[in-house]
Write a protein that binds this ligand. Structure first.
Ligand code: AMP
Length: 429
């Protein structure tokens, strides 16, 4: 057997219903807020992320699945969606066709990280982005959207943490203060942090080395160094959250692992999914579109990890499985053709129907119907065929009725409507 690649996983029937539930609810919520779906390729030029996500980030330095293709071009599997969406926004001048470009994307991302619970090398994100709105009301909308999503999924005990990382006008002052505050402690930090102090001090907050944490916890806070405009923006964002009654907590270390963030950053954390507890994270990226060669447009968005949302769901959540509504059993050779015909008729009429393919005994067929939990079993033997009838057995009550062949579809339709497994979305009873 050739096993799957480390850090990747199969999502099988039984679990997939929870994924479908998350995807269905997400699409519903995104569309309620006026976001349109977009899909971009999984493969992009490596430089898109070097430039977009940032040369000094862990993602670009350590985690990209980048390679030279047969044509000699440097490409990579996308490690995140924002730079791809920005590229598409610019490449297709989306602001021409959309009054306020508000988009979402659902798909796989790839990062060469150490796999553990809630962390994979191929994982899936729901990504939401808006372009061209500088007003803090959109920060409020985006955080509200994230919170509504988590709430509608039935996820409990989650919390929102927010911060502001300032802008190119005030951040240099903060970076200086950071290095100054570190002083002699800098030599006690890990090699990565020493490198970060020289290239991009803000990234020190991404450090996960346990021994470094007490030193990092004592460092200055970004919010104390905001310029007037950033301060006013952040105050306004918090006012919107208060207006909507959305709880949030200020987290000074929340700088997120990517270079493009300006002003608002936020995450939603869950308490029941283990160490990898960030369900989603995002923020504002006012310089990124221009940085990637587009017009000078601001942007804001977030990405949620599907694996982690699925982990955080209540146990009973899931799309109700598309179980069989009717099972058709045949006794003998001639009735088999009639049974296949009937199954096909049901399916084309929108009734989920199944059959046994191997021409086995009635007993074996009833067993399969039972495993499929089909509430109705239709039996056709030579007798029924001769009389132009079908025997319908209601497995819930044990009742049997002979129904004229021409009436069978209407009969089953009337009884199938009240069966479980109507393909709906919701919490299982
Ligand atoms: P990021 O793009 O790093 O801000 O991550 C946004 C969200 O994607 C996180 O909050 C996680 O839910 C999810 N995520 C990021 N990396 C992984 C991973 N390696 N495995 C699973 N989920 C991930």
């Amino acid at each position: 057997m050739i096993p799957s690649v480390r850090g990747t996983r199969d999502i099988l029937p039984g679990e997939i219903e929870r994924w479908q539930f998350v995807e269905d609810v997400s699409r519903e919520v995104f569309e309620l807020y006026g976001y349109a779906e977009l899909r971009t390729p999984i493969i992009e030029r490596e430089e898109l992320f070097a430039k977009g996500t940032g040369e000094t980030t862990d993602i670009v330095q350590k985690e990209m699945y980048a390679f030279t293709d047969k044509g000699g071009e440097r490409v990579t599997l996308r490690p995140e969606a924002t730079p791809s969406i920005v590229r598409a926004f610019v490449e297709h001048s989306l602001e021409q066709s959309m009054p306020v470009p508000k988009v979402y994307l659902i798909g796989p991302m790839f990062r060469y990280e150490r796999p553990q619970k809630g962390r994979y090398r191929q994982f899936h994100q729901l990504d939401v982005e808006v372009f061209g709105v500088a007003d803090p009301s959109i920060d409020g909308e985006i955080i509200d959207l994230a919170w509504t999503l988590v709430t509608r999924l039935g996820i409990e005990n989650a919390e929102i943490v927010i911060n502001s990382v300032g802008c190119p006008a005030c951040r240099p002052r903060f970076s200086e203060a950071l290095v100054e505050a570190l002083g002699d402690d800098l030599s006690k930090l890990c090699g990565d942090c020493q490198r970060r102090a020289a290239t991009n001090p803000l990234r020190i907050f991404d450090c996960k080395v346990p021994a470094d944490q007490p030193i990092i916890d004592r460092l200055p806070h970004t919010v104390d160094f905001l310029c007037e405009a950033c301060r006013a923006h952040f105050d306004a964002v918090q006012r919107y959250l208060a207006l909507y009654g959305i709880p949030s907590r200020l987290s000074h270390r929340l700088v997120r692992g990517l270079d493009y963030y300006t002003r608002t950053t936020f995450e939603v954390l869950a308490s029941n999914v283990g160490a990898q507890n960030a369900l989603l994270g995002g923020g504002r990226y006012d310089g990124l579109v221009k940085e990637l060669g587009g017009p000078d447009r601001v942007g804001i968005g977030f990405a949620a990890g599907l694996e982690r949302l699925v982990l955080a769901l209540p146990p009973a959540a899931g799309r109700v499985a598309g179980l069989s509504q009717a099972f058709v059993a045949a006794i003998g050779d001639r009735p088999r053709d009639a049974a296949f015909e009937l199954v096909r008729e049901f399916r084309l009429a929108g009734i989920r129907a199944d059959i046994d393919y191997e021409g086995r005994s009635l007993r074996a067929q009833m067993k399969r119907a039972d495993r499929l939990a089909a509430p109705l079993v239709l039996i056709i033997g030579d007798d029924e065929l001769g009389r132009g009838q079908v025997k319908v057995k209601d497995m819930r009550t044990g009742d049997q009725t002979d129904v004229a062949r021409s009436e069978v579809l209407a009969f089953v339709r009337a009884r199938a409507t009240d069966t479980a497994g109507a393909g709906g979305v919701g919490l299982r009873p």
